[in-house]
Design a binder for this molecule. Structure first.
Ligand SMILES: Cc1cc2nc3c(=O)[nH]c(=O)nc-3n(C[C@H](O)[C@H](O)[C@H](O)COP(=O)(O)OP(=O)(O)OC[C@H]3O[C@@H](n4cnc5c(N)ncnc54)[C@H](O)[C@@H]3O)c2cc1C
Length: 467
C-alpha cells in the first residue's frame, strides 16, 4: 500500500478566531519533529515570540540551524487570536521602569516600542505579509467624569515626562466623538503609535517566511521539558546550543515552570460586516483602534472588511492555572461584551455576532514583561506581555537575536532585558488574589457608572487587571 503523503488538514483550526476563519486558502499542518535532532537554536512555541526570534536570527546568520517546536500549529495561541492592536503599550509604566533601572529607562523602552510598531510595518511590507497592517493610531475615550479625570491625569503625566502633542494628544468631546461615534463621549486621547492588523494572517505569514528562509518549523510536537542544551518532546529530543522559551500564557505546561507566568483569559466577539451607513455614524475612518478608560480593559478595531472586533477581560482565572479549550468560550463574558458593545454603539443592537472566541495570555508576578538569556546555561526566554504582546514580541525577537549572538546593542540595554520576576504564589493563594483583583476592577467600573466618579486608585487597579 502506498503511504498517504497528503498533509493533514488544519481546517478545524478555523474555529479558533475570526482571524483564523478568514485565512485564505486551505489550511494544512506541518510535519512534526521526525525524531532526535541537533540544532544551534531550539525555539519552544510557534507564536509571534518564537517566530520573530527565528526570523531575526535567520536573517542575521543564515547558516544557523534553527528549529521551532510547536505543540499545535504556528499561531495556535494568543498570536492568532488577539485584538490586532500592534501598539506601543508596555506592561509596566515608564516611572516603574525608571525606578527599576534608573532615570531614562522608561523613555528608552517607550521609544523602542514606538519604533517596534513601525518595524512590524516595515517587515510585513518587505516580506509581502498581507495582514492589513494600517497605522491609524488609538483613541481612548472618556465616557464618565471619572474616566475624564483619568484622561487629564494621563495627559498631564505624559507632558511631565516630555511626551508631546504629536505622541499623545487630548481630544475634547467633539473631536473624540468625530473620531469614534460612541455614546456618552466626554473626551479622550489619541496616539498615532498603533496599527490595526489581522493577527492570524501576520503570524501564519511570518511562519511561512521563516520556513522559506530555512528555519525548520515542527507542528504537533509537544515539548515536555527544557534543560540546558536539551529539549524533550513527545516526538524525540532536540540537542541545541541555545534553548528559547516562547510559550507565554502556556508556560505552565513546561515541567518546572508552573508558577512563572499565570494564564489569564481575554475574550473577543466580532460582528458581521457592517454597512457604510453604520460607519458614517461610528467613525473610525482611519481604522483607529479604540478603548475607553474603564478599569476592566476593553479593546476594539474596525476590521479591514468592515466588522467590529471587540474584546475585553473579565473571564475568571482558573484554579491551578488550568488551560482548556472550553475556557475560550464563556457565554457569560461573551454576552457581557456584546452588551458593552451595544452600549457604545446602540445601532449594533440587532446586528449578528458571527464569531466569539478567546485565549490565554501570560502575566508575571510583578507584571514586568521580560526577555533574557542566562549566559551560563544558554537558556533564553521572552514573555509576560500582559495582553500587549503583539508588537512587543517583535522587540523580543530582535533583542533575542542580539542576546543569542552575543552582540550587545541598544536593544540589549533596555530595562526589560534580563529582568527576573519572582514566582507566583502556590494555590489557593493566586486563585483568590487574581480573581479578587478582577472582581474589584469590575465593581469599580460599576461604581463609577452609578456615581459618576470614583475613589479607587486607578494605578493600583491597573496593577491587578492589566493593560
Ligand atoms: C483574546 C486576546 C486578545 C489580545 N489582544 C491583544 C492586542 O490587541 N494587542 C496586543 O498587543 N496583545 C494582545 N493580546 C496578547 C498577545 O496576543 C500575546 O501577548 C502574544 O500573542 C504572545 O505571543 P507569544 O508568541 O509569546 O505566545 P503565543 O502566541 O500564545 O504562542 C505560544 C505558543 O506556544 C505553544 N506551546 C505551548 N505549550 C507548548 C509546549 N509544551 N510545546 C510546544 N509548544 C507549546 C502554543 O501552542 C502557542 O502556539 C491578546 C491576547 C488574547 C488572548
Amino acid at each position: 500500500m502506498e503511504a498517504d503523503l497528503t498533509p493533514p488538514t488544519g481546517e478545524r483550526y478555523r474555529a479558533l478566531s475570526l482571524w483564523w476563519d478568514g485565512l485564505p486558502g486551505t489550511l494544512t499542518v506541518r510535519p512534526p519533529l521526525p525524531g532526535d535532532i541537533e540544532v544551534d537554536v531550539a525555539v519552544v512555541g510557534g507564536g509571534l515570540t518564537g517566530l520573530w526570534t527565528a526570523y531575526y536570527l535567520q536573517r542575521a546568520d543564515p547558516d544557523l540551524r534553527i528549529a521551532v517546536l510547536e505543540r499545535d500549529v504556528a499561531g495556535f495561541g494568543a498570536s492568532g487570536r488577539n485584538g490586532g492592536w500592534c501598539s506601543a503599550l508596555f506592561s509596566v509604566s515608564e516611572s516603574t521602569l525608571d525606578r527599576a533601572s534608573g532615570p531614562g529607562a522608561g523613555t528608552a523602552q517607550r521609544l523602542a516600542m514606538e519604533e517596534t510598531v513601525r518595524e512590524v510595518g516595515r517587515v510585513v511590507e518587505e516580506e509581502g505579509i498581507a495582514c492589513g497592517y494600517h497605522r491609524g493610531g488609538t483613541v481612548v475615550l472618556a465616557r464618565t467624569p471619572a474616566q475624564l479625570e483619568r484622561t487629564h491625569e494621563e495627559v498631564a503625566e505624559a507632558r511631565r515626562r516630555g511626551i508631546g502633542e504629536d505622541d499623545l494628544s487630548f481630544l475634547p468631546a467633539d473631536e473624540a466623538r468625530a473620531r469614534v461615534g460612541a455614546t456618552d463621549v466626554l473626551g479622550g486621547t489619541f496616539t498615532p503609535h498603533c496599527a490595526a492588523v489581522d493577527p492570524a494572517r501576520l503570524v501564519r505569514g511570518l511562519a511561512s517566511v521563516v520556513e522559506a528562509g530555512g528555519v525548520s518549523v515542527y507542528e504537533r510536537t509537544t515539548v515536555r521539558s527544557i534543560a540546558p542544551g536539551l529539549v524533550t518532546t513527545d516526538r524525540g529530543t532536540v540537542r541545541a546550543g541555545t534553548v528559547v522559551r516562547a510559550t507565554e500564557g502556556y508556560t505552565r505546561t513546561l515541567a518546572g515552570h508552573e508558577r512563572d507566568l499565570v494564564p489569564v483569559y481575554s475574550l473577543m466577539i466580532a460582528t458581521e460586516p457592517l454597512p457604510d451607513s453604520f460607519w458614517a455614524e461610528a467613525g473610525l475612518a482611519g481604522r483607529e483602534t479604540f478603548a475607553d478608560h474603564r478599569h476592566l480593559v476593553i479593546y476594539g478595531q474596525r476590521t479591514e472588511d468592515g466588522r467590529m472586533a471587540f474584546g475585553g477581560r473579565g473571564a475568571p482565572y482558573h484554579f491551578g492555572s488550568t488551560i482548556r479549550p472550553a475556557f475560550d468560550r464563556d457565554a457569560h463574558v461573551h454576552e457581557a461584551l456584546r452588551r458593552t458593545l451595544v452600549e457604545l454603539f446602540p445601532a449594533l443592537a440587532d446586528v449578528a455576532v458571527t464569531h466569539a472566541w478567546g485565549g490565554p495570555l501570560g502575566i508575571s508576578r510583578d507584571w514586568f514583561s521580560s526577555v533574557g538569556i542566562d549566559g551560563a546555561t544558554r537558556m533564553a526566554w521572552a514573555g509576560g506581555y500582559v495582553g500587549d504582546g503583539l508588537s512587543t514580541t517583535n522587540l523580543a525577537g530582535r533583542t533575542l537575536r542580539d542576546l543569542v549572538l552575543g552582540t550587545p546593542s541598544e536593544l540589549t540595554r533596555l530595562p526589560w532585558v534580563n529582568h527576573r520576576s519572582r514566582r507566583w504564589e502556590p494555590e489557593p493563594f493566586r486563585y483568590i488574589g487574581i480573581n479578587a483583583g478582577l472582581r474589584l476592577a469590575g465593581s469599580a467600573d460599576r461604581a463609577e457608572d452609578r456615581k459618576g466618579r470614583t475613589t479607587w486608585h486607578a494605578a493600583a487597579l491597573g496593577k491587578l487587571v492589566g493593560g
